[in-house]
Design a protein around this ligand. Structure first.
Ligand code: NAD
Length: 330
């Protein structure tokens, strides 16, 4: 593979950090840009050109895209349900990043542009039952996405479409379904269900308080994609001829209670469960229909939830112990 210049916007984040690492391993020259100070980046790779900048600012986007052949746009103000249900305006302000990044990539002549959309663009009416029909790409319309975050994503992916149609820009868009894995958020309010459940189980194990609070009744259904599948999918979609937004997610469905079962099993403990019924819990059911990605790429995310959760659990446990230590021999 020939060496390319690659920008990862949001490179201090969870998925961005893994993407930077992969591109460096492939021998590319990588620029990684994020608004957070370096000590808050999940991964800092010294071989990359690391830049702290606010990509809501137009000038920062032009500086970031200058000289780059490929752009991977992952920067967004986001988090799990607890964050996106309570910060809709902040989520919508990510539109500034997307408008300015798309313009900058076009004007700087970047050859390829990848945009990270989300399953939150899907019409809420199709996600009312736990007994899900997996979401097909066409189910985003008529539009009724997740309020705030989902509307911004839908607008921004639509903008990519029109930059492609009107300006001939090379844009590819994937709709991620719940990505998890090591080197991500596991506490602080922006973490998502897999990391939050690992942290709660680890906390129970190391404090001896064998109880866990679950958001909602735990019967909500979801699929979760391990980070390695996400990184492969991003690259394959970017280099494909798939012009419309496409699902990038696992179709291994679980309930949240089932996810807790898996983590308890990994930890080797059983916890007393309570359910916080007024907590943000998102839609009742969501799964990825992978017909299109199988048809177009001959591949779909397939890493088993149990296997990915074991790696995630081990990483979070090491982080937890480094920060808090263990109060028991459990
Ligand atoms: P993340 O929060 O770890 O990474 C996003 C990064 O963007 C953060 O490091 C943040 O500091 C940075 N950022 C925010 N505002 C910025 C700004 N103004 N300028 C520069 N950087 C800024 O999230 P992630 O899980 O790595 O997600 C990456 C992308 O994938 C996001 O666009 C997200 O919406 C999308 N996505 C993620 C998931 C998932 O399950 N993780 C699901 C669907 C879509």
């Amino acid at each position: 593979m020939s060496q390319k210049t690659i920008l990862v916007a949001g490179g201090g984040g969870f998925i961005g950090g893994h993407l930077v690492k992969t591109f460096l391993e492939q021998g590319h020259r990588v620029r990684s840009v994020d608004i957070k100070p370096y000590d808050q980046w999940y991964q800092v790779h010294d071989e990359a050109e690391n830049v702290v900048a606010d990509l809501q600012e137009k000038d920062a986007c032009y500086a970031a895209c200058e000289g780059m052949q490929e752009v991977y746009q992952l920067a967004a103000d986001m988090g799990g349900m607890g964050f996106i249900e309570n910060n809709k305006a902040l989520c919508m302000l990510s539109v500034l990043i997307n408008v300015h990044m798309t313009l900058a990539a076009r004007d700087c002549g970047c050859e390829k542009y990848f945009y990270s959309s989300s399953a939150c663009v899907y019409n809420a009416d199709k996600q009312v039952s736990e007994d899900v029909i997996p979401l097909k790409e066409e189910d985003a319309y008529p539009a009724m996405p997740e309020d705030g975050y989902g509307w911004e994503k839908l607008f921004s992916e639509r903008m990519c479409r029109h930059f492609r149609e009107d300006f001939g820009m090379y844009c590819r868009v994937a709709r991620f379904h719940n990505v998890y894995g090591p080197e991500g958020t596991w506490e602080g309010g922006r973490e998502k269900a897999p990391a939050a459940i690992c942290r709660k189980v680890i906390h129970a194990k190391h404090t001896g308080d064998h109880s866990i609070e679950i958001w909602g009744d735990g019967k909500q259904t979801r699929s979760f994609m391990y980070i390695d599948d996400c990184i492969k999918g991003i690259q394959d979609i970017t280099h494909s001829d798939i012009l419309e937004p496409i699902n990038l997610g696992s179709d291994e469905l679980t309930t949240i209670n089932g996810l807790v079962d898996i983590v308890e099993d990994i930890a080797g403990i059983k916890l007393e469960r309570t359910h916080k019924l007024d907590a943000p819990k998102g839609v009742n059911g969501r799964n990825s229909d992978n017909t299109m990605i199988m048809d177009r790429l001959g591949w779909a995310p397939g890493i088993k939830l149990r296997d990915g959760m074991k790696k995630t659990y081990d990483w979070i446990e090491a982080e937890y112990l480094a920060k808090y230590g263990s109060k028991t021999n459990a």
